[in-house]
Design a protein around this ligand. Structure first.
Ligand code: FES
Length: 155
């Protein structure tokens, strides 16, 4: 992961500090730029907005869409909705973990993949489903999971 660009960080903070409700848009802008909210950003954000660092941290913790650790370029979401679950979603998740070598909520060391689960994504007819980025892969089975991550397991 590249060094944090502090100049860019300060610039984003400066761009937002005079807005009326700056904190959430500022955090979103930082995440968009860096892919997550680096811990080094919390102190300067708090200072610029006249908040305590604990308040900034509290907001980050509250919003599940804000991340404090770097995430993978591809977000893999295994559906844990009922239809997917009864059609083998649990096995699909287990296989995804094995292929990627990470647990749910973790990111591969090369930052290629982050593995998550997600509630029903609305295409139960295709269960069990995996979503990678914005693409949905339905009717998953062990062979298809292996194919999806063959680049990983094949080196
Ligand atoms: S339960 Fe997985 S898509 Fe609905």
């Amino acid at each position: 992961m590249a060094e944090l660009d502090i100049t860019r960080l300060n610039q984003i903070i400066a761009d937002h500090r005079d807005q009326k409700w700056p904190l959430i848009p500022l955090l979103q802008a930082i995440q968009q730029e860096f892919g997550y909210i680096p811990s080094e950003a919390i102190e300067p954000i708090a200072r610029a907005l006249g908040l305590f660092p604990s308040q900034v941290q509290g907001v980050i913790t509250f919003y599940t869409q804000l991340y404090t650790t770097p995430r993978g370029r591809n977000i893999v979401r295994v559906c844990r909705g009922t239809a997917c679950h009864v059609r083998g979603g649990k096995t699909i998740l287990k296989l995804a973990k094995q292929h990627l070598g990470i647990e749910e909520g973790e990111t591969t060391p090369d930052f290629e993949y982050t593995l998550e689960t997600v509630a029903c994504i609305g295409v139960c007819a295709l269960a069990p489903n995996i979503v990678i980025g914005s693409q949905t892969f339905g009717h998953m089975n062990p062979k298809k999971v292996a194919q999806l991550f063959s680049r990983k397991s094949g080196g």
